[in-house]
Write a new protein. Structure first.
Length: 136
């Protein structure tokens, strides 16, 4: 079994898509092991997106991710990292995400793409420790 960090970004909360997105996670067969609605600090946002520091969209991304409350969760199951990325869809909601995925069904632009998922076991470990310190 494997764990991954799930974020429902501020656009997903503002658009009342939390229930739909959590429902898709549950119907896929993944299990929630932590779940929180929170307003993200600039410091946490920078820590989370450290790999993107210096990119042209970095400042805009920080502004977006701190623009309102988001949902952070840890989800568990067999191949949870790949399974969550599959149901989320590709980063670009039109060019990469296909219909049937969260981004393919509900998003139009690359920044406001509703969700985040860890991309490897190493980043899952780092991100879960960052968002849920003390989780067993
Ligand atoms: P995430 O890490 O959030 O799951 P990802 O792994 O699909 O997304 P990354 O390339 O890691 O995509 O980018 C992180 C986030 O930064 C994207 O989800 C998106 O919100 C934003 N982003 C990425 N590329 C761009 C871009 N070219 N313009 C605007 N925002 C972008």
């Amino acid at each position: 079994t494997e764990r991954t960090l799930v974020l429902i970004k501020p656009d997903g909360v503002a658009r009342n898509l939390v229930g739909d997105i959590i429902g898709r996670i549950e119907r896929k067969g993944l299990t929630l092991v932590a779940l929180e609605l929170k307003q993200v600090s600039d410091e946490l946002a920078r820590g989370h997106y450290a790999e993107h520091e210096g990119k042209p969209f970095f400042d805009s991304l920080l502004e977006f991710i701190t623009s309102g409350p988001l949902v952070a969760a840890v989800v568990e199951g067999p191949r949870a990292i790949a399974a969550w990325r599959q149901i989320a869809g590709g980063t670009d909601p039109v060019e990469k995400a296909v219909p049937g995925t969260i981004r393919g069904d509900f998003a139009l632009v690359t920044q406001e793409n509703l969700v985040h998922g860890s991309d490897s076991p190493e980043s899952a470990e780092r991100e879960i420790a960052l968002w849920f310190p003390g989780l067993d």
